[in-house]
Design a protein. Structure first.
Length: 256
């Protein structure tokens, strides 16, 4: 794995690529194949109208402060947590806690907290340029394609729709490691159902409430499958083949 000069971006080497593929394959086996859901793939560039309707253009923001001397940028809530050990989310609380905090890098005064939209903005077209964004999550494509998907399944509910793909977030201060990046792969499932279309149950058969799972053997365990070698580039790992049988007994059957 190679870290690029700009923080928040990673290259996957040969082993990292295989490990990531194993993780995605196991996720797809569990949430798509065994759950009898469908999967789609949408463009990573999303029209502005879609993200205005979803609230991302106005609300998908973090608060940033900038040092007036060294120009270092900090995400306000993270800076407060690092310095004071407090977790704050509302802008008024953030402003109050920042009043006596100086730049950790040079000790100078920080600017006032301002909004920073986390989406990467771009344009499409030449003569008629239209504002678009690199998608911050995969859910919007599922929602905008719902009518086509609904017709595809012959207008029957419930429907489970999955999507796996790249998303982009212009993080203020990406942390070291893989948990907070500017480009990463995300896997999501959206369920569409009427209140009466699923049988009444408090939890899914594969997701037990706290205390209900007595032993590790009560549920399929995928931990060992992640690090198994791939026999063929187009085939499956032995660990994934072994996981198919126990998973079948936990498949959630949808009502007819």
């Amino acid at each position: 794995m190679c870290i690029r000069d700009r923080s928040g971006f990673y290259d996957y080497g040969p082993l990292g690529t295989l490990l990531k593929r194993n993780i995605v394959d196991i996720w797809r086996l569990f949430f798509v194949t065994c759950e009898d859901n469908i999967e789609i793939e949408c463009p990573t560039i999303t029209p502005e109208d879609v993200l205005v309707a979803s609230g991302h253009v106005n609300s998908f923001v973090d608060y940033v402060v900038v040092c007036e001397r060294c120009k270092a940028e900090y995400r306000a809530d993270h800076l407060i947590k690092d310095v004071k050990g407090k977790e704050v989310y509302e802008i008024e609380e953030i402003k109050k806690e920042l009043s006596d905090i100086r730049c950790p890098n040079c000790g100078s005064i920080l600017s006032r907290a301002s909004e920073h939209n986390l989406m990467f903005r771009t344009e499409t077209g030449l003569k008629e340029r239209k504002t678009c964004y690199a998608r911050p999550e995969t859910a919007q494509g599922i929602f905008t394609d719902f009518r086509r998907i609904y017709k595809y399944v012959r207008e029957k509910l419930p429907i489970g729709v999955a999507q796996v793909g790249k998303v982009y977030r212009n993080e203020i201060s990406p942390r070291k490691g893989m948990l907070r990046l500017r480009e990463f792969t995300i896997a999501e499932v959206e369920f569409f159902y009427l209140n009466f279309s699923y049988p009444k149950a408090h939890y899914h058969v594969c997701f037990y409430p706290e205390g209900a799972l007595q032993t590790e053997g009560d549920l399929p365990i995928f931990r060992d499958a992640l690090f198994q070698p791939i026999e063929e580039l187009t085939g499956e790992s032995e660990a994934m083949k072994r996981q198919k049988e126990p998973l079948k007994s936990y498949t959630h059957k949808k009502p007819k």
